[in-house]
Design a binder for this molecule. Structure first.
Ligand code: PMP
Ligand code: GLN
Length: 459
């Protein structure tokens, strides 16, 4: 593998990031050097509306594989999901109805769209049509993609609140849209900081809306801050959407992960908002099975038809047995919805002590955490520990990347650099922070606390 030209070198770097070596990958596929160079050059370069840079997930999952830190980076539980959900899946695949292993309806397996229709009809207090107003997708990712691509014309402006789940910007650019960013900023930087202390400047928000604005993406509960937008904040967004005839893409994947006394408010339930909102959810978050990669979008039929148009020619239909198992999970939870056993209520009770424990052990070593009101991530300002980190051993431009990489390799604790969740000009706003996931076994959180304590007290 010598003398590769730039595009093929880029391809090699990308594959290497998955653990593929130059020789293993190219030898296995028997691509000769001649063939590679024929395919080189501008003709086969990546279209400019995509970025070849590995995403933070691609990069940090590889980092974890190489250095084997205690991984509090990517968000997923490291212990078993509720057994009735996993048992349902094994029963579905081996049960009498063998057809549950075959293709199902493209826009969503009937039992699942019916369950979603029933649940959200109750929660939004309106009749939702499961055939035309619900779409099952390959994770919330695909729901976001089908919504953004299905609704963005070249030049349309999409407002994105920073920090943001990183794919939003990439998807808007993929659709030739123009992202317009507005950062949440902390009202205070010392004492106990709650995620509600991170706020938008209302005038800055008003100033972003104009005749070219197509949509605003709202993520509540928020990843990575944990903010649960309150009624007043949602009303302002709703008012601006109505005034400028803008749609709202509500990413509510953490809808059941809200800590008392905070309450999740669905923006689609505000007056005048159903008609202009697509709401997105995830079975991965709802039932703690992130690997199942099943999500959904719901909203009025006139907006949903554009998502269906995108979905029908790229994914067409999602995994049938997983949809059936998720539908059974919903049926059970709907039956016990008003009881404390309902997983949608018990999950945040289970997580609140983990949240508080993490806040304490991060504070104990001198970090300044923001206490999340929702979700399962916590950001913390690490800069008080800067003199303990040899940042110059890492080559990244952004300090939080250097901090998190150095920590993964040397202290064996992995977090995610929050600057990944900002637009280029605003990345410095994330540099002082690290994001950790607290949906982990108590013993692993304890290990994390010990690792940090030991490191802090080392000379
Ligand atoms: N939105 C947010 C805010 C997320 O954190 C995630 C991560 N899971 C997703 C969407 C994507 O969810 P899924 O795994 O269902 O594709
Ligand atoms: N939503 C999860 C997180 O923020 C997973 C992200 C991903 O796998 N791309 O950690």
């Amino acid at each position: 593998m010598v003398n590769l030209r730039p595009a093929s070198q880029q391809l090699c770097r990308f594959l290497k990031s998955f653990g593929a070596t130059n020789s293993s990958f190219f030898d296995r596929r028997n691509i000769s050097r001649a063939a590679v160079s024929t395919m080189d050059g501008d003709k086969f370069s990546l279209p400019s509306n995509y970025s070849a840079e590995p995403s933070v997930w691609v990069e940090y999952i590889q980092l974890a594989l190489e250095h084997k830190p205690l991984n509090l980076g990517q968000g997923f539980p490291d212990y078993a999901p509720p057994s009735y959900v996993t048992e349902a899946l094994s029963k579905v695949t081996t049960g009498d109805n063998v057809l549950l292993n075959q293709y199902t309806r493209g826009f969503g397996h009937p039992p699942l769209v019916n369950a979603l229709g029933k649940l959200y009809s109750k929660l939004l207090n309106r009749q939702i049509n499961p055939q035309t107003e619900v779409l099952v997708t390959a994770g919330a990712y695909e729901a976001l993609f089908s919504t953004i691509v299905g609704h963005t014309k070249p030049g349309d402006e999409i407002i994105i609140i920073e920090p943001f789940f990183d794919c939003y910007e990439a998807m808007v650019r993929a659709a030739h849209g123009v992202p317009r960013f507005i950062p949440l900023k902390p009202k205070k930087t010392s004492g106990t900081i709650m995620s509600s202390d991170w706020v938008l400047d209302p005038d800055e928000l008003k100033g972003l809306f104009n005749a070219k604005t197509k949509a605003i993406i709202l993520n509540t509960p928020h990843n990575p801050i944990g903010k649960v937008f309150n009624l007043e904040e949602l009303k302002l967004i709703a008012e601006l959407c109505s005034k400028w005839n803008v749609m709202c893409i509500a990413d509510e994947v953490y809808e059941w992960l809200v800590y008392e006394p905070f309450k999740h408010i669905r923006i689609a339930s505000l007056p005048g908002m159903w008609e202009r909102t697509i709401t997105i959810g995830s079975a991965g978050k709802t039932f703690s099975v992130t690997g199942w990669k099943t999500g959904w979008a719901y909203g009025p039929a006139h907006l949903m038809k554009n998502l269906q148009a995108v979905h029908q020619n790229c994914v067409y239909t999602c995994c049938t047995p997983v949809q059936e198992a998720v539908a059974r999970g919903f049926e059970l939870e709907m039956e016990r919805f008003d009881s404390p056993e309902c997983y949608f209520h018990s999950i945040s009770k289970e997580l609140v002590s983990k949240r508080d424990y993490m806040a304490k052990f991060l504070s104990d070593v001198g970090m300044v955490p923001t206490i999340p009101e929702g979700g399962y991530f916590m950001i913390a300002d690490w800069t008080a520990l800067e003199n303990k980190v040899r940042l110059n051993e890492e080559t990244d431009k952004l300090k939080d990347y250097r901090f998190t990489k150095w920590m993964s390799k040397n202290v064996k604790l992995q977090g995610i650099p929050p600057s990944a969740f900002y637009s280029d000009p605003h990345k410095p706003l994330g540099e002082s922070y690290v994001r950790y996931c607290f949906f982990k076994k108590d013993e692993n959180l304890q290990k994390a606390a010990e690792i940090l304590q030991k490191w802090k007290s080392s000379s």
